[in-house]
Design a protein around this ligand. Sequence first.
Ligand code: 5GP
Length: 200
Amino acid sequence: MNARTGILLLVSGPSGSGKTTLCRRLANEQEAVYSTSCTTRPAREGERNGHDYHFLTRESFQEKVDAGDFLEHAEVHGNFYGTLKSEVLDQISSGIDVVMDIDVQGADQVRDCTDAAIQSALVDLFVMPPTEKELRNRLTGRGTDTEDVIALRMKNALGEIEYWPKYNYRLLSGTHEQDYYQFKSLLVAERLKVSRLIAP
Ligand code: 5GP
C-alpha cells in the first residue's frame, strides 16, 4: 500500500551556497542516502575517503569513465567529479531516497539521461546565495582554501548562478534553519506524489 519508488534529489549551487551542508544534514537525519561522488581532487583536511568522496587518481577515474560506471561526470575547478551509477540506481528502485550534490554540468547530463527510472525519480533544486557580497563572505570565511582558489571559485560561482532557470526548484538561501526547513519540505512533498506509488 505504501510502497513507492525513491526520489533522486539533485542539488546544485555555487560553492558557498550551503548546499553540501543541507545534503549532509538530510543524510545524517536519515531522510535520504548521500550519493558519494568520485573525484580526482586531493582530500581536504578532515575529509574521509569513501565518506566525503571516493578519492581517485586521474587514471582510475578514466577507467571508470571508459567502463561506463558513471551516471554523469564533469570537470569542475580543474578536477574531475562523477556520480557512480551504483550510488543511485539500486537505491531508487528499492524506494530509498538519494540526495546528490553535483555541479551544473552534471545536472544537465542527469536531466538528459534517457533512463526512465532516473527521469521519474529526479527532483532538481538550485541553491542560490542571497547576495554576491554574502557569497564572497562565505567563500572567504571557510578558511580552508587559498586566495587563488577563492578567486577561482568566486568567478565560477558567478558563472554557475546563471544556470538556475534550468532547475524546477530554487531555494534562496537565508539562515541555515530556514534553508533546511524548505529543503526537507520539498522532499516531504515529493514523497506524496501519486506517480511514485507502486500499485499493490
Ligand atoms: P568541492 O571540491 O568543493 O567538494 O566540490 C566542487 C564542486 O563539485 C561542487 O559544485 C560540487 O557540487 C561538485 N561536485 C561534487 N561531486 C560531483 C559529482 O559527482 N559530479 C559533478 N558533476 N559535480 C560534483
